[in-house]
Design a protein around this ligand. Structure first.
Ligand code: FMN
Length: 229
């Protein structure tokens, strides 16, 4: 499906046209647009109005230096202990199959077969470059935050992503950055009592990139909802 780069005019349009974009155009986001999105995103609700998110917004030279370092450490094969594991292990059904299918569908779009382990690793390292986005955001929070505040951060992230669509922009939410705390702490002003929760690429999606044609499956409503009358 072709990437929709129009400005979304309703919440439904924003939701239906938001996908995780994994290739961005080399086109800066005007500062006033960025400021507007970020300012409005702060209207996200949070339990007790704790507003537990901290935003580290990178552009320009800082972003370039950060990406260079992150790509270097990623490709070195060195691994860090993530702040939180991405998924429960082992995953159970049907989530296990859904996750597997997402990977297969994505690599099919990219034309990287399963046995090309190096090709897949090199592609994964695109995460470290914020998928070439002109804006890279790292969201941190206090280490004492617990599940209710992590929910708040998730809600915040969705607000940010939908506001991006309203401005004709796209995003990639990235748990990836939980694997690379050391780079985040080296380049950003993150107090020691805070940790990396999630990252987000932001910019103009490349409508010609094959990977951006992936419109990930969703199970139907009856897989999730029970109605009680
Ligand atoms: C909190 C969160 C973290 C994610 N982390 C990554 C990531 O590190 N790298 C990546 O390529 N996609 C990441 N994704 C994107 C998911 O794979 C994607 O949302 C899911 O497959 C559904 O596809 P869609 O966003 O295109 O609808 C993340 C999504 C969320 C919500």
């Amino acid at each position: 499906m072709k990437l929709n780069t129009d400005k979304a005019r309703s919440v439904s349009e924003a939701l239906n046209t938001r996908i995780t974009v994994r290739q961005f155009l080399d086109k800066p986001v005007p500062d006033d647009v960025l400021q507007r999105i970020l300012t409005t995103s702060l209207r996200s609700p949070s339990g007790g109005n704790l507003q537990p998110w901290k935003l580290h917004v990178m552009t320009g030279k800082t972003l370039q230096a950060f990406k260079d370092k992150a790509a270097k450490v990623t490709l070195s094969g060195k691994m860090e202990e993530p702040t939180y594991p991405a998924y429960p292990s082992p995953l159970w059904e049907p989530q296990r199959s859904w996750r597997y299918k997402l990977g297969e569908d994505m690599y099919a779009k990219l034309g990287i077969p399963r046995d090309n382990k190096m090709g897949r690793l090199v592609w994964l390292a695109q995460n470290a470059k914020f998928f070439d986005a002109p804006v890279g955001i790292i969201i941190t929070g206090h280490k004492k935050l617990d599940m209710p505040q992590h929910l708040d951060v998730g809600i915040y992230l969705q607000s940010l992503m939908l506001l991006a669509r309203e401005a004709g922009l796209h995003t990639a939410p990235q748990g990836w950055w939980r694997n690379w705390s050391s780079v985040c702490h080296e380049y950003l002003d993150i107090p020691q009592d805070e940790e990396v929760l999630v990252g987000c690429s932001l910019g103009y999606g490349d409508p010609d990139a094959a990977v951006n044609q992936l419109y990930a499956d969703r199970a139907p409503l009856d897989a999730f909802a029970k109605f009680y009358d």
